[in-house]
Design a protein around this ligand. Sequence first.
Ligand SMILES: Cc1ncc(COP(=O)(O)O)c(C=O)c1O
Length: 366
Amino acid sequence: MVKNSSKFIPQIEPWFDDDEIKELTEVMKSTFVTESSKTQELEAMIAKYTGSKYVVSYMNGTMAIFAALKTLGIGAGDEVIVPDMTFIATANAVILTGAKPVFCDIDPETLQMTREQAEKKITSHTKAIIPVHLYGGAVQMDEILELAKKHNLHVVEDAAQGIGVKLNGRHVGTFGDVGILSFYGNKTITMGEGGMILTASKELAEECYAFKNHGRKIKGIFTHEKIGYNFSTTDLNAAIGIAQMRKLDKVIKRKKEIMDMYKKLLKNVYLYDYPKNVDCVPWFTSIKVENPEKLAAFMKENNIGMRRFFYPLHLQPCYKNEVFGADEFRNSTDAYEHGISLPSSATLEDEQVEFVASKINDFYKG
Ligand SMILES: Cc1ncc(COP(=O)(O)O)c(C=O)c1O
């Protein structure tokens, strides 16, 4: 028997408990609230977890992408390939460097950028590719790295949504020159706001550190070798991140259980799945339906939050001056027109997942 839910079921929410409060209180009591030892502790945890040789914290994922591109020398006159289906921050970080984001279509089943689609957009101005590991899946990086090698391009992996995701056993964000993670409030785990740069290059790690530290190698000195800015996180955010890292395995396990429940319970609904070589983290569990807007409205009446897919970049009002061919983005447009993400928080109880699935089944029965 599926019970009605009196409480609104959000599409996504973070999982906090006393551990975050304890960590946060400790930092406040210490009075060292800006970036200091807690941030370093978190960076070390992330290096160990992801296997990245160097990890540099940032205030958010957007600035981490910007920094990665800048330190790789991307700027005015350059083109950077970005998938058409992503959160807009990927493209806007390119704009901030002065370069031009060039959009490519995605794979209709995995929703990820592919070599084939990226290659179509390479010109003599292309300097970098940003594969985005979308919705808890992974871009097939071997293909992208091969393409990058062929055309001498930098690879910046946008793994903002990808903590815990592995491709062929290796954590996403560790394949390219640089990778980034985001710890925004809706991510698998959060710091409130926060980003991390992952790289195997000591030189790039040092450049990325200086870029967010007013151009200095260390804090507390007032000679600045390079032009830099302040994109640092804080020990307050890091304290939350440390507590969140401690529960990451539990969060991932629960998110996978929730996806498996939806798989079992949903009738006649296409659920996006992942290729065999991807150890996914279903950041969002998503389905493909005929009329996502109507479904979302029906679910809202039943106290359930749903989320449409990212609006394709080539349709964004802020990119309206660009001219695109009619068939260039068939897959991302189709994914937007039919895709919708289900409540996917690790905090969901079994009864809530059952209730959500029953309402979707009801909608498509009627
Ligand atoms: C794919 C993608 N790239 C970049 C970002 C930007 O990260 P942040 O919000 O930490 O700036 C996000 C999410 O927020 C994202 O989903």
